[in-house]
Design a protein around this ligand. Structure first.
Ligand code: CP
Length: 308
């Protein structure tokens, strides 16, 4: 695979061999972190985190990753309110200026396509940390890394994607990565209002990936190797009423988790609201907090790849 400069879409990761290499690198980061053996390959380098939407995991894990690699961080954790965007500065101008101070920029924005637009005007690597209802490629890398770690394989899996498939950018990035592995079958479970957009269903068809759509978890959840639950994205709805109508469409509680296969895993990019009950957290199959931790190591591996 040609060396990537920017990371704006999961579709750029179209080489399973490269992903394997990245996962091994993330695994090495984790071992080195455990044994306090991390070196400083990014000493003197700076990552700017330019976040126009709220975040806990993505921003903190990017910043922790950079610091663990010996680099530094400039952060705008509420750039929508606290940057010169409030004075009318364009993203393009902001990127040009910040790229004079930082060696890479991780950007989260409320509008789809912003990371791609930023990459066009940036001399330094742009990393998409979530662009509206578009994509969240580094989350998807962490997700696939988690599946490999937890189940030991990525081929031949049955993956149930549950919840807000319309607005869930983690799903939009995860699907192209799942398509790289033979024998994957996808169950798309959502209320009809939150159905996966046509362009992603067309992508699955073009890649020859078997998928089924439905509104009920029952029937799909029992067959799943991976039950990937998503939050209904209240912030993307036009009205409170529309959100209220679907917000509790799916709740995974201990009773429902018991219907999963013993070797299945439950994933969620987090934050969760009601869709996974805390009484599931003690189940060994609940992988979501391990998934969040894996985001640190995959971002370390990615930053080293882009910057070292
Ligand atoms: N998974 C995820 O993107 O979480 P944050 O919104 O907290 O970054």
């Amino acid at each position: 695979m040609e060396k990537l400069k920017h990371v704006v879409s999961a579709r750029q990761f179209d080489d399973p061999e490269f992903l394997l290499w990245l996962f091994e690198s993330a695994n090495q980061m984790e071992r080195d972190d455990l044994f306090r053996a991390l070196t400083d390959p990014l000493r003197g380098r700076i990552l700017a985190t330019l976040f126009y939407e709220p975040s806990t995991r993505t921003r903190f894990s990017f910043e922790a990753a950079m610091q663990k690699l010996g680099g530094g961080v400039l952060t705008a954790e509420n750039a929508r309110a606290n940057s010169s965007a409030t004075k009318g500065e364009t993203i393009s101008d902001t990127i040009r200026v910040v790229s004079g101070y930082a060696d890479a920029i991780a950007i989260r924005h409320y509008e789809q396509g912003t990371a791609e637009a930023a990459a066009r005007s940036s001399p330094v690597p742009i990393i998409n940390a979530g662009d509206g209802v578009g994509e969240h490629p580094t989350q998807a890398l962490a997700d696939v890394y988690t599946i490999k770690k937890e189940l030991g394989r990525l081929s031949g899996l049955r993956v149930a994607l549950v919840g807000d498939l319309l607005n869930g950018r983690t799903i939009h990035s995860l699907l192209p990565l799942l398509c790289l592995y033979p024998g994957v079958t996808v169950d798309l479970i959502s209320p009809w209002q939150l159905r996966l957009p046509l362009r992603y269903r067309e992508y699955l068809m073009a890649k020859g990936v078997a998928f089924h759509e439905g509104e009920r978890m029952e029937g799909a959840i029992e067959k799943a190797d991976v039950a990937y639950i998503t939050r209904v994205q209240g912030e993307r709805f036009a009205s409170r009423e529309e959100y209220e109508a679907v917000k509790d469409a799916y709740v995974v509680d201990a009773a429902l988790a018991n219907r999963l296969k013993p070797e299945a895993i439950i994933m969620h990019a987090l934050p969760r609201v009601n869709e996974i009950s805390p009484d599931v957290d003690g189940d060994a199959r609940a992988a979501y907090f391990r998934q969040a931790k894996n985001g640190l190591y995959i971002r370390m591996a990615l930053l080293k790849y882009l910057l070292a």
